[in-house]
Design a protein around this ligand. Structure first.
Ligand code: AMP
Length: 431
């Protein structure tokens, strides 16, 4: 399937050509025809596969087929501010030859500007909390919404936005078209969203959900946090990194690592929820335009960041959720490019590392750095003998080839939590 076979408005096709897209990515080829036919859809596609265009192009097509209304007609909900602003940019890009107003409604930005822009909106891209604020104050009318799109729905619900999303969906017309995109799709999420969609087409690009082959993944085992730090410093000094995001478990550590990198002479900055939104936007732009080389980020802040030339993702700390491992490494290797994802693991991380391996159905490559090898116990943590090689691949056994069981949340508090609106407000502050 080519873009020309999709019969898109010529002005949309022109914008696609200007972007340099020769042909649709698999998620676009699978989703766009069904969306153009007006069907509801649930698609599980990993981040970086071109899923934004998969829903934005048909949304623009729908807008361009009718005269403008004085109400918003498309509503896109996302879990984070960064993702929302990226979708706005993409929509402005794909719709640059059309005249539609795209309004970004996220927390941390000026109310005044949003109140001014809302009455002219054709497309609203929003995080649930701020949109509800405007709804509660009667500033936004969703009765003209023809298409409701949830992006990164898994994350949105993990962050506790479920009640907010349900309240918002109720304010939109029943006969709307509803699309749901999610990097992962499990039974629980299916149950939550079932009543919001009408007989949806299910598109499962699950093969792409798993870490794509063009991303080279490696693990460095460390005995303790000081050892991990030495490995990290060595890695940063010896690896040829063009641009990277380094993931940290905490905001404090993100600041500390960014500071250390600056101290080592690199251009680096931290990105986390304690920073003002304007500062976060500025930092992401600095990385995008090469003014900094390293971004040290927490999960929520880095969610959805699309930087085309990111060569490395470094998990200084492993993510808490297996899904986040896939999301994180999906920051590199975007749109078919290659990338490297490396992770550091402490003894306490071992069980979690095994869960990640089961979840992604692969054995992650253990590596060692000469002179900084882990203890024999830690080196053979996967039960395989500790084969030592100089800096490059130590080449432990690869995946057995047996179908691995999907990771099921192990019943920790976070996974089990019941979603409430109050939670959701808390979480939006955590951003
Ligand atoms: P997304 O998954 O929407 O974040 O997109 C990931 C990257 O793929 C973005 O940098 C897009 O500009 C790029 N992209 C989207 N569609 C295509 C396409 N059909 N051909 C080439 N690149 C694309």
């Amino acid at each position: 399937m080519s873009f020309s076979q999709m019969n898109l408005n010529p002005l949309i096709s022109k914008a696609i050509a200007v972007c340099g897209y020769d042909k649709p990515t698999p998620v676009q080829a699978r989703c766009i025809p069904d969306i153009l036919e007006g069907k509801d859809l649930i698609a599980s596609a990993r981040t970086g596969t071109g899923k934004t265009a998969a829903f934005v192009l048909p949304a623009l097509q729908r807008l361009s087929a009718k005269k403008p209304l004085s109400k918003p007609r498309i509503l896109i909900l996302t879990p984070t501010r960064e993702l929302a602003s990226q979708i706005c940019k993409a929509a402005a890009n794909y719709g640059k030859f059309l005249r539609f107003n795209i309004v970004n409604i996220v927390g941390g930005m000026s109310y005044r500007q949003q109140i001014k822009e809302l009455p002219r909106a054709d497309i609203i891209v929003a995080t649930p909390g701020r949109l509800l604020d405007h709804m509660d104050n009667g500033r936004v009318d969703l009765s003209g919404i023809e298409m409701l799109i949830f992006d990164e729905a898994d994350r949105m619900f993990d962050m506790g936005f479920i009640e907010d999303v349900q309240v918002i969906a109720k304010q939109t017309p029943k006969h709307r078209q509803t699309l749901l995109f999610s990097a992962t799709m499990d039974e629980k999420l299916s149950q939550i969203v079932r009543h919001m969609l009408n007989n949806p087409v299910r598109i499962d690009l699950s093969a792409e959900k798993i870490a794509p082959t063009q991303i080279e993944q490696r693990i460095y085992m460390a005995d303790h946090s000081q050892h991990k730090k030495r490995l990290f410093h060595h890695y940063m000094k010896t690896e040829n990194i063009f641009k990277a995001i380094i993931f940290s478990a905490t905001k404090m550590n993100a600041d500390k690592l960014a500071y250390e990198l600056c101290d080592m002479g690199y251009r680096a900055a931290a990105l986390h929820g304690d920073l003002k939104q304007s500062q976060r936007n500025r930092t992401v732009d600095q990385l995008r335009h090469g003014k900094i080389q390293f971004l040290v980020a927490t999960d929520v802040a880095a969610r959805g960041i699309d930087i085309a030339d990111l060569t490395h993702v470094i998990n200084y700390d492993l993510p808490r959720f297996c899904e986040d491992y896939v999301h994180r490494i999906g920051r590199t290797g975007r749109a078919g490019k290659s990338g490297v994802a490396i992770s550091f693991a402490l003894p306490a991380d071992l069980r979690h590392l095994q869960r990640i391996e089961r979840y992604t159905n692969q054995k992650l490559q253990r590596e060692m750095i000469a002179g900084l090898e882990p203890s024999a116990k830690q080196a053979s943590s996967d039960g395989a003998p500790a084969a030592k090689k100089k800096h490059r691949k130590s080449g432990y056994s690869q995946a057995s080839g047996k179908p691995a069981k999907r990771f099921k949340p192990q019943g920790n508090k976070e996974n089990k939590r019941s979603y409430s609106r109050r939670d959701s407000r808390k979480d939006s502050r955590r951003e």
